[in-house]
Write a new protein. Sequence first.
Length: 378
Amino acid sequence: MHATRFVGVAVFALCGTAFLGCGDLGSPSVDVETADRQSPLLGIPGGFYDTPPTWAFCGYVGGDSCHGGYVFNSRGASPGFLRRGTGMYRVMFENQASNGNAQVASASGDVHCNVAAQFPQDTGVGIDVFCRAPSGALTDARFMLSYYRDTNVGGPLGGYAYVSGVAPFATTNTWNSSGGPIAVQGLAPGTYRVNFTGQLAGGDNAQVSALTSGGAYCTLGPSGWNGGTVDVRCFSSAGTPANVSFSVFYGHNVRGEPRNALPTGTQGALVVVGSAGGVDPNRSRNTCQAGANSAVLQQPANLYSEIYHATTTTLAEVPLMSLVSAMSSTGIYCNLNHFPIQGVRSDSHGFVSCFTPSGAPTTSAHSSMFIIQDHSGC
């Protein structure tokens, strides 16, 4: 079945009056020429970095298209989009190879979203996203879907893999920039350790999404990761450990890593926030002021307000993208409370809320990632 393609831009009132977070929401997404010009500007951490990665993202808030302020494709063209039914969505990123890595984060309260399927479609890749309430019932939701593909090998840039949830833990859609193997261990039911050999600790980030059309979900373990060794926990919709296939991403250079000394291009931030709102300085960085990210836990709403000091020289740059993964062993999961916003010549802001398996608001350590496709630099 081919997804119907909708390329119009919808406008939604997501941005508050305190920020011009969405810029001109009616503006078109980046065209092919601009995308090709920007794609090499991802940072050059070593001589082995000789092929620009490709990436795309889609922020969905309703209707029949991705949101104009939260959509990008480095290979050009607006994503195709199809709402297949309640809580069931298909996104098609044109001109993207189909063996990259997808990650998804819900932006609808206690609803969690999974990557239900990924497949070649037409001239690109199709990705199905399913979203469910804590009960396991399919439900409509806002979400942010990211897609990334890299082929550079020769140094500690990062890696990703799709991992089968049952032994022998087969891996597909893999990449490890060190050139080393990707090893997976099953430590207990629903508990996994993925080792991207040859990677270095510090200033790094990890994200995980369940690969299932069912109601299970996955998080990072409570310690998250140590260098390229990433711990993953997967749970049934009831919050009990479950063997579930998952997509794991690990990286130092997440499209906006601070070694990018070029004056323009993709910027962003990586940050680990503790349950009380403190930032881990060893796992916090951004393109404009490395290590200067901060966070505040607002009570009683259990809302984390995160500040990424990725200042741009222009007004309210878009498009923006954000992901989050909880770091927990108890089934707590974290979602975007709100899509990220970029102020006028000021810091960027992310918003995260966490929930127990039953959907009750709670606190949790978590790993956040923020991307801005900027054209003017810091």
